[in-house]
Design a protein around this ligand. Structure first.
Ligand code: MG
Length: 172
């Protein structure tokens, strides 16, 4: 069984993952509107990944005999003028998520909840990837600057991203 402190913290994290999903969906809609459908595709896959993160936490709470309470999702921004601006916002957001996951890990240690601690290890690794990917995209969009051909080519590159559900979702 999960103790109440851990259960509440996991429900708060589920909410944070859905907020992330909503943020990236908003970015996808913003770039769809601006004619950058490759960038929009990248963010719509990010939207699916964040929903998968929430699902992993929800499955885990249920598996431990806990109850998932879904909290209201706060409003998200809706305007980013360039992909560079959006990827910078993505990196800043993912850094915040990393610190939330780290705080959860510390709480699990304090509460001697080893199973929760173990599940969080997957997210700790995932956050390293999320931040690294955002940094790489910031570098690429910084490199092309205002060059139209460069932007067109990067948009094409991001159009090829496809969604793969995390394998952890099918393990349980
Ligand atoms: Mg996430």
């Amino acid at each position: 069984m999960l103790n109440n402190k851990i259960q509440d913290a996991l429900c708060a994290q589920i909410n944070a993952e859905f907020w992330s999903a909503y943020l990236y969906l908003s970015m996808a809609m913003n770039f769809e509107n601006k004619g950058l459908s490759g960038v929009a595709n990248w963010f719509s896959i990010q939207f699916k990944e964040e929903q998968a993160h929430a699902q992993i936490f929800m499955d885990y709470v249920n598996q431990r005999g806990g109850k998932v309470t879904l909290l209201p999702i706060d409003a998200v921004p809706s305007e980013w003028s360039t992909p560079l601006e959006a990827f910078k916002a993505t990196l800043e957001h993912e850094k915040k998520v990393t610190s939330l996951i780290n705080d959860l890990f510390t709480l699990a240690e304090e509460e001697k909840d080893h199973a929760t601690r173990d599940r969080l290890l997957w997210f700790i690794k995932e956050q390293v990837e999320e931040e690294d990917t955002a940094r790489q995209l910031i570098d690429k969009f910084t490199l092309v600057g205002d060059n139209g051909m460069g932007l067109y080519m990067l948009d094409q590159e991001l159009a090829s991203r496809t969604y793969t559900a995390p394998s952890i979702l099918s393990e349980d």
